[in-house]
Write a protein that binds this ligand. Sequence first.
Ligand code: GLY
Length: 309
Amino acid sequence: VSSTRAARKPRRAAPIPLLLVHGGAGALASDRDRRIHTRAVREALQHGLERLESGAAAAVLAAVSYMESETVLNAGRGATLDVSGRVTLDAGFMDGRTLRFGSVGCVTRTPNPIILAHALSRDGTYGRFLVGASADALVERVGAPLCSPEDLITHRALEVWRGRRNKERLVSADTVGAVALDAEGQVAAAVSTGGLSRKPAGRVGDSAVVGAGFWSENRLGACVTTGIGEAMLREGTARRCVKLLAGDLSPADAAQTALEELSDRHKRAPAGLILVTSDGAFAIAHTSPAMTAGLAGPGRRVTVRSRWA
Ligand code: GLY
């Protein structure tokens, strides 16, 4: 487990805003991949930072929408293909003030499922989770960009899919995510993914499931995860990590504990997470060989690395 050494700071009257973004835990195959991922995460941080004054929710939505619209990460257009050669997208959003969440699974009609997830977080008392045709039907209703299922498939993703046609094992695929704390003390979490490459048709992973792939509550903080979703689904990793902050653990120790619990029980499930606390501390941690991630805030230099040790 690699993590920052940031210690928990004393509670502040007015928190210093902070945005964290990641482009997925995995193994970057080449220096070129590392450069491409680093640039995408840096630009997502810059987009999110421009919106941070409007609040944590606006910042994480801007960062994640940007990464969905990039074709190099496993989210939105250019995401990985399922076993039948289709792109189906999952996304989740959670508001730390209301604890309302919104989730969508198996979306095929927009490159920006995070817009649908955010819209659903305003639905009902708790929020809403919709999959398949019901989620796709939201695209026009909420004004998200509309596309055909084929528009989501890039040449690169198709080549990767063809190259893996005869491989049995599902491989880990990246996810993109963001967490933020704003000047009002609000936190928010947003996550989006194409899921595992060659996943079974209809499979939904942790990124659409509140508690597993994302969690946000103003009292403690916000967390999003990346890695093989089934492991996080079983452990409820994002919620577990945030709840660990209620004890005496520093953010780095909470992140490390949550990931150790995951790797103790799931030896073959490398993972990663980003965590921001309600008092402005953070952790970035991963058990995967790499995780391109970074942070930004007013008066703070934008920092992006592909390994956090
Ligand atoms: N973490 C993304 C997925 O397993 O779907």
